[in-house]
Design a protein around this ligand. Sequence first.
Ligand code: CAA
Length: 258
Amino acid sequence: MSEALVLIERRGRVGLLTLNRPKALNALNDALMDELGAALLAFEADPDVGAMVITGSEKAFAAGADIGAMKDWSYADVYGSDFITRNWETLRRIRKPVIAAVAGYALGGGCELAMMCDILVAGDNARFGQPEIKLGIIPGAGGTQRLPRAVGKAKAMDLVLTGRLMDAAEAERSGLVSRVVSADKVLDEAIELATVIASMSLPSVMMAKEAVNRAYESPLSEGLLFERRQFHALFATEDQKEGMEAFMTKRTPQFKHR
Ligand code: CAA
């Protein structure tokens, strides 16, 4: 049997997914994206998982969509198979938080995959970029849309139109990543962060993610109304009673995730 393209592990309440095509710098082909999608959905359905981490190797998170696989495709091939939407969009459907632990290259589809995650933690050797322009194409998995939302139009244009790479310090400065640590610590840091999130009440975590994402999709008044309704809804959970009771009696809450 061939080796798994995505390694699947559990660390407490955290589901860990490691992209595993090291020789190709984790270039993202159809088979890998199918495996990743299936693993994400399995963690999503598992009540004992509260958050997920996607990582790569120390040299590459992922160097993009697989150029070798794509190079001879025609318009009919990519349109007909709905290339990218078909198995890349699974990550968008995941309602639990997903953290990208990025060391090394996160380029093209690799950068886009990281940006589909909710939080990016970077190693100090991380390099982000959308170099598709150098291949005679443009980003196709959300790069032209998510990058400007994360770093602003000027820097997104600079990166997308030149294909230049951005280091971890620039990525942190511009708001793409939330934390930078040394490359050998990036996975530990991401798992620690995911463990903290997974220790919170799952309904409140999921509603918080949904509400923050609304900030990108709706006018302020709609987003505020959505947030208010989610806030109200959480008063129907056992965990809200437990969280507030624990605070009042000065003890650690024991969330039941319902
Ligand atoms: N697709 C397929 N194979 C890739 C790849 C990719 N995106 N990126 C790297 N590889 C392969 C290389 O072909 C090479 O394979 P061989 O050993 O069999 O020759 C192996 O990984 C190692 O790569 P390099 O020898 O090039 O390593 P390097 O350290 O010299 O350079 C790099 C590293 C700068 C990341 C370079 O590999 C590179 O530029 N990769 C391509 C980056 C890119 O253009 N990504 C965008 C792809 S298009 C896309 O993603 C579309 C979309 O929006 C979804």
